[in-house]
Design a protein around this ligand. Structure first.
Ligand SMILES: [Zn+2]
Ligand SMILES: [Zn+2]
Length: 111
């Protein structure tokens, strides 16, 4: 799968493992996956649904109550709920900020 790095703008091909991860994320309707760019070696936020033309439906999980809110850190990005089959967290595709619990997000929203 070809992905453009938002940091250095280089288009790179993901490994088989990462392609599987991206396909899984697309199926689940996620909007954010963190990948390491082979060019600049930064871990960058990738929007998997942007790799496809169609946007998948997401279900109404309580864990997704912060999905789609404005990022409290950079104020430009959107917070996305991420479940990559190994860990669960929330992340901002704009500034790359991640949260591992709802209370962490709430703390930043209220600060
Ligand atoms: Zn890069
Ligand atoms: Zn942000």
């Amino acid at each position: 799968m070809n992905v453009r790095c938002p940091n250095c703008q280089v288009v790179f091909k993901t490994s088989q493992e990462k392609t599987t991860l991206l396909n899984y994320a697309i199926q689940k309707g996620q909007k954010l996956v963190m990948l390491e760019c082979p060019e600049c070696f930064k871990v960058v936020p990738i929007n998997p649904s942007a790799l496809l033309a169609k946007v998948s439906q997401k279900d109404n999980d309580t864990k997704q109550q912060y999905d789609g809110i404005d990022c409290p850190i950079c104020l430009d990005g959107i917070v996305s709920y991420v479940d990559d089959n190994k860990e669960v967290f929330w992340g901002c595709g704009e500034c790359g900020m991640t949260w591992t619990s709802e209370s962490e997000i709430e703390k930043d929203i209220n600060s």
